[in-house]
Design a protein around this ligand. Structure first.
Ligand code: GTP
Length: 417
């Protein structure tokens, strides 16, 4: 029995060999069956200036016309003046697995003369989804909790070939703690391979410089080499340079592919030599959709929830947890004690500073008084000296002294010889 088991009350772990087949090895299959029956919910957000190919890419990713053919845009003067938030939902099924997909679009982002606050409605929308989830969790009946939280945000970067723009940095800085950010370079078919490589480098250095956290495919110690290599390969493609197209086009060698046909050739969406679409799909859909959901729930939502409850005055740890865990209690007491000491020290420092300031003010005041007195006396003496010199000059020139200008303390008309 480990000492930790005594203190925490955990059951001791004894390793035993089974005598025969019991059946719990079937647990993953049970989980699989249950999840398939329940279906999955996934919410993706797309953000980027208009015309960067957001709807085309979503249609390409999920191989469905989620976005119907668009009406032509109204004239600029008739378009809304703020970023709007629009959701489209669809139930899609593949090999018996149902996915309720919601795409949150943000038309208007970055389309105005002043885009300073373009990120605001988006942050508010993400937080209101967290709010709604928290409210559902706190209900007495929690049987039907609908998860509308945003699990991934595809951020479309304009293929300028320079570096991130201020609006990109501001958006990512504001959002990276609230959503899994996946940056993509839009319309990558407009750039050459070298331009894309250099652009990616500059984007990554901007992201690192501003301490922005973007979603990375996670790897665990006990995973096989193949999975780790796959995660590393996906990571090496971030930010994904993507090309979108939901149309089939013929290639010169007679194949039908999803791509974009140009006079000089065909850009194939699903060809890894042409763009990173395949890797993006792998990250978002095929391999890491569950990780995105998990990270949203366990880290992003949890951090937001803790902050929210603390700001509402709810104490962080339950008393039960502290009672059964003396180490946690001691730790908490230590933290409280240290906080108290720090507070006392800060108060003492403040009082000391106040006293020093008062003393300094007093010293300054008496210095000023002294200076004023000294100046007064000096002025009087200077005046006296001037009078005396004036008299001396008059005596020396042989003129009699005027009675009022006689020396002080002497009889009028008399002179000292
Ligand atoms: P809004 O709905 O206005 O925000 O636009 P959007 O970002 O959804 O762009 P949309 O998917 O409507 O595409 C705009 C135009 O770009 C269309 O003519 C697309 O055919 C084209 N387009 C989409 N993806 C690509 C791409 O990868 N490369 C190129 N060259 N054009 C693309």
């Amino acid at each position: 029995l480990s000492p930790a088991a005594h203190t925490t009350g955990a059951a001791p772990v004894i390793r035993k060999k089974l005598m025969g087949y019991v059946g719990f090895a079937n647990l993953p299959n049970q989980v699989h069956r249950k999840s398939v029956r329940k279906g999955f919910q996934f919410t993706a957000m797309v953000v980027g200036e208009s015309g960067l190919g957001k709807s085309t890419l979503i249609n390409t990713l999920f191989n469905t016309s989620l976005y119907p053919a668009k009406e032509p845009l109204p004239p600029a003067a008739e378009r809304p003046k703020t970023v709007a938030i629009e959701s489209i939902g669809a139930d899609i099924e593949e090999n018996g697995v149902r996915l309720h997909l919601t795409v949150v679009d943000t038309p208007g982002f970055g389309d105005f003369v002043n885009n300073d606050d373009s990120w605001k409605p988006i942050v508010e929308n993400i937080e209101s989804r967290f709010d709604s989830y928290l409210e559902q969790e706190n209900r007495v009946n929690r049987m039907k909790v609908v998860d509308n939280r945003v699990h991934a945000c595809l951020y479309f970067i304009q293929p300028t070939g320079h570096s991130l723009k201020q609006i990109d940095i501001e958006f990512m800085r504001r959002l990276h703690t609230k959503v899994n950010l996946i940056p993509v370079i839009a319309k990558a078919d407009t750039m050459t391979d070298e331009e894309i490589a250099e652009f990616k480098e500059r984007i990554l250095s901007d992201i690192a410089h501003h301490n922005i956290h973007i979603f990375q495919a996670p790897t665990y110690d006990n995973e096989d080499e193949e999975t780790i290599a796959e995660a590393e390969e996906i990571a090496s493609k971030i930010p994904f340079a993507v090309v979108g197209s939901d149309k089939m086009v013929p290639t010169p060698d007679g194949r039908q592919v999803r791509g974009r046909a140009y006079p000089w050739g065909v850009v194939e969406v699903d060809n890894e030599d042409h763009c990173d679409f395949v890797k993006l799909r792998q990250m978002l859909v095929r391999t890491y959709m569950e990780e995105l959901r998990e990270y949203t729930n366990d880290v992003l939502y949890e951090n937001w929830r803790t902050e929210k409850l603390l700001s509402m005055g709810v104490a962080q740890d339950s008393t039960v947890f502290k009672e059964i865990n003396p180490a946690a209690r001691m730790q908490e007491e230590r933290v409280l004690h240290e906080a108290k000491l720090a507070k006392m020290e800060a108060e003492m420092k403040m009082v000391f500073q106040q006293k020093v300031q008062e003393k300094e003010a007093k010293l300054k005041q008496s210095e000023e008084e002294l200076y004023a007195r000294h100046k007064e006396m000096k002025d009087a003496l200077d005046k006296q000296r001037a009078d005396l010199e004036d008299k001396k000059r008059k005596v020396e020139s042989g003129r009699p002294l005027t009675p009022e200008k006689s020396l002080p303390g002497r009889k009028k008309g008399f002179l000292r010889t």
